[in-house]
Design a protein around this ligand. Structure first.
Ligand code: KIV
Ligand code: NA
Length: 270
C-alpha cells in the first residue's frame, strides 16, 4: 500500500514546491487526480456541479459523507479533504467537532475544510487541537453568497485588512492550509508571505503556495457559467454530447447493436 500525504507533508512544501489540488466527487475521477495532484478536495461544489443545486447552501452531511467515501475508494497517495457543508459547523465548536469527526471516521479522509476567518478561528482551534486537521477557506466564501450579495472579488479597498486578519486568525488557530478564493493578487501575495502554512489559491494569483480548481470546470463538464479564474483544459461536455447523439442516431437507424454485441445459442456452434 502507498502511504498517503498528510497535512504536515503539505505544510513542509511551503516555499519549496507548489501544491497542485483539484476537486473530485467520484471514485473514477479520484483515481485519475490521485496520480497527478497532491490534494483532492471533496468540495461542496458537488451540490452545484453534480446535483444541480443553484448554490452550495443545500448540500448536506449525507452528501459529503457519500462523495467522501466514493473519493476515498479511488485515492491512494493524495491528501483527501472533505468540505464541511453549510450548517454543520458554524453554530458551535462542539457541533463542528461532532460533524468533522463523523466525516473523518466514516470516510477515512485526512482533513476537513470549513469557510470563515476571524469568527471561525475558535472552531478551527477546537478541531485542530483535537486531532482534526483543518483547511480554512477565506476571501470569497460561497456558503455566504446571500450575505455577500454575489460572488464578488475580495480584498479591494477597505476589505483588504479584514481578509488579512482572517488569514492570520485561522493560521494562528492551527489551520494547516488556507484557501484564498477570488482575492486580489497583492493581498494574496502578502498573506502568503506572512503566514507559515500554505495558501491555496482559486482566483487568487500565482503568488499562492498552491492552486485549486473545480474538476468539472477544467474538464468542460460544467458549463453553466465559467468564472474568470478557470482555465478549461478539455471540452468533455461537448465530447459527451457528440457521443450521446451518435448513440441515439445509431439506435434509431438500426446501426446499434451490431453482430459483435449479440449473444447466440451456444458458444461452440458458429
Ligand atoms: O467546494 C469547492 O469546490 C471549494 C473550492 C475551494 C474549489 O471549496
Ligand atoms: Na467548498
Amino acid at each position: 500500500t502507498v502511504k498517503a500525504l498528510t497535512p504536515p507533508d503539505l505544510v513542509a512544501r511551503k516555499g519549496k514546491e507548489k501544491i497542485a489540488c483539484l476537486t473530485a466527487y467520484t471514485t473514477p475521477m479520484a483515481r485519475l487526480v490521485d496520480r497527478h495532484c497532491d490534494l483532492i478536495l471533496v468540495g461542496d461544489s458537488v451540490g452545484m456541479v453534480v446535483h444541480g443545486l443553484p448554490n452550495t447552501l443545500g448540500v448536506t452531511m449525507d452528501m459529503m459523507m457519500m462523495h467522501g467515501k466514493a473519493v476515498m475508494r479511488g485515492a491512494e497517495r493524495t491528501l483527501v479533504v472533505v468540505d464541511m457543508p453549510f450548517g454543520s459547523y458554524e453554530a458551535a465548536p462542539v457541533t463542528a467537532f461532532e460533524n468533522a469527526a463523523r466525516l473523518m471516521a466514516e470516510t477515512g479522509c485526512g482533513a476537513v475544510k470549513l469557510e470563515g476567518g476571524v469568527e471561525m478561528a475558535g472552531t478551527v482551534e477546537f478541531l485542530a487541537s483535537r486531532g482534526i486537521p483543518v483547511m480554512a477557506h477565506i476571501g470569497l466564501v460561497p456558503q455566504r453568497v446571500q450575505s455577500f450579495g454575489g460572488y464578488k472579488v475580495q480584498g479591494r479597498g477597505a476589505g483588504r485588512e479584514k481578509i488579512a486578519a482572517d488569514a492570520r486568525a485561522v493560521a494562528d488557530a492551527g489551520a494547516f492550509a488556507v484557501v484564498l478564493e477570488k482575492v486580489i493578487e497583492p493581498l494574496a501575495r502578502d498573506i502568503t508571505a506572512e503566514i507559515s502554512v500554505p495558501t491555496i489559491g482559486i482566483g487568487a494569483s500565482p503568488a499562492c503556495d498552491g492552486q485549486i480548481l473545480v474538476i468539472d470546470d477544467i474538464l468542460g463538464v460544467f458549463t453553466d457559467f465559467q468564472p474568470k479564474f478557470v482555465r478549461r483544459y478539455a471540452q468533455l461536455g461537448n465530447d459527451a454530447e457528440a457521443a450521446i447523439s451518435a448513440y441515439a442516431a445509431d439506435v434509431r437507424e438500426g446501426r446499434f447493436p451490431a453482430a459483435e454485441h449479440c449473444f447466440v445459442e451456444s458458444r461452440n456452434k458458429t
